[in-house]
Design a protein around this ligand. Sequence first.
Ligand code: NAD
Length: 478
Amino acid sequence: MKSQELTYPMYINGKQIMLDDSFEVENPATNEVIGRVPNGTATEARRAADAAHEAFKTWSKTSAYERAALLESWHRVIDERLEELAVIMVKEQGKPLAEARGEMQYANSFVKWYAEEAKRIYGESIPASVASKRIMVQKQPVGVVAAITPWNFPAAMITRKVAPALAAGCTVVIKPAEQTPLTALLLAECAEAAGIPAGVINVVTTQNPAEVSDVWMEDSRVKKVTFTGSTPIGKYLMRKAADTVKKVSLELGGLAPFIIAEDADIEAAVKGVIVSKFRNAGQTCICANRIFVHESIKKTFLQAFQQAVESLKVGNGLEDGTEIGPLIDKAAVKKVQAQLQDAVSKGAVIHGESGQNMEKGYFMKPVVLSGVTDEMLCMKEETFGPLAPVTAFNTDEEAIERANDTPFGLAAYVYTSSLKKAVTYSENLDYGIVGVNDSAPSVAQAPFGGMKESGLGREGGHFGLEEFLEVKYISLQV
Ligand code: NAD
C-alpha cells in the first residue's frame, strides 16, 4: 500500500485536511508503520483557532438541552464504533485489547455523564442587603479551549476534557500526542457523525507540538488551556498562559505511593498492586510507583507478589491473553532500564527474571525489586514502566512521611483493615486522590487531579465542569 493511502486527515472546521508534509504513526508492538497523519504547522493552528472562535458564537448560545442531546448522540456513535476505536488504540498505543475496550468505555462514560450534567449548570440568587436590589449569579462558558493530550490514554484524556467543555458551551482545539493521533481523529469523526457542528471540535496533528501550542497560547481568543502530560511541559504552558491570563488546568506527573499496612489483606493488596502497577504496562500517571510494605509482612507479600508478576503475559495487545503490552517507544524502555540499573548498582535485589526486550517492539518484562531505598531514581522519578520497587517501613508515621516526601501529589493508595488507619492515612497523605483498599479509583463522576507539582484543577464530576465556566455576577437595581 502506498503511504498516501494510509494517511488520515486532520479535522478543522468540519473539513478533513491533508498536507504535503506528514509523519508516521508506529505500532510499538511490531515497529510497523500503521498510518501517517498531516504534520500541522502554525497555519493550521490558526485555522483551528479561527474555526473554534467562529463556532463559539453559536455553540455558546445553544440551549443546554441541545448540547446535551448532541453529547448523547456522540456517546451513541462512540458506543457503536467502540471495537474499531479499541483496535486502533491497541495498534498505535500498544495496550492489551481488553484494556483498550475498558479505556473506550471509561472515555465514553465522560461523554454520557457530561451530556446529563449540561442541564444542571445552575446559577444562584443571593439575598441583597438593599431592598431595591437583586443579586444574580450566572455561569457562562469560558470560550475557546485548547486541549493538549498525552499518548497513554489516547481516548480518555480527550473526552475527559472535551465532554465537559462542550457541555459548558465552549468550543475546542485539540492537539493529540504525536504517538497516538489516530484515536483522536476517529473520535472527531464520531462527533461529526453525531451532528456536533463544524468548528466545535477541531483536531490538529503535528510533530512540532510547541509550534502549534505557541499559536494558541499567544491567541487572546483562546481563553483556556487544559493539558495532560509531563510536569515540565505543564510548567512551560503555564508560563505561556500568563501573557494573556488564560485559565489553566494541568494534569501532570505522579509518583504514587502504594502503602500496605501491617493489618492489610495481603491477597487483596497483591491484586490491587498488580492492577495499579502493571495496567498499561505501568504507563499511567496514577500507577503505583513506590510500594511501601510493613516490615512484618514484607516476606509474605514479596513471595505472593513475585508469583503473581511471573504469571503476567507480555505480548502484542491484539493477541489473546496478553496482560502487558509494549512500552510506547525506545526512550521509554531506556528510562526504565536506567532506573533498574541505578537501583541494582545501589544494592536493590531483582526477584525472578529481570526485564528483557523481545526481538521486535518496545517490550519489557515486569520486574520486582526489593531492598529499595528512597535515594534510588525509581523512588524519586516517575517510572512509567513495569518496574515495581518494594521498600519496607516500620511505623505509619514513617510511611506517611516518606510517601509525602516528593514534589508530586497525584494519587496514593493504602491497604489496611483498620478504619482508624484508613482515616489517618487518607487525611495525611498530600495527594489529590487516595484509594483505600481500592487501586482503580478513576470514574467519570469523581474529581481527578493532583496537588503540588502534579497539577492544577480537577477533571470529572461537577468539579470538572466548573473548570470551563466563568462566574458572572449581575446586580439588578429594580
Ligand atoms: P508530554 O508532556 O511529553 O506530552 C504531552 C503532550 O504535550 C503531547 O501532546 C505532546 O505533544 C505535548 N507537548 C510536548 N512538548 C510540548 C511543548 N513544548 N509545547 C506544547 N505541547 C507539548 O507527556 P507524555 O510523555 O506524552 O505523557 C506522559 C506524562 O503525562 C507523564 O508524566 C504522566 O504522568 C502524565 N499524565 C498525567 C495524567 C494526569 O491525569 N495527571 C494522565 C496521563 C498522563
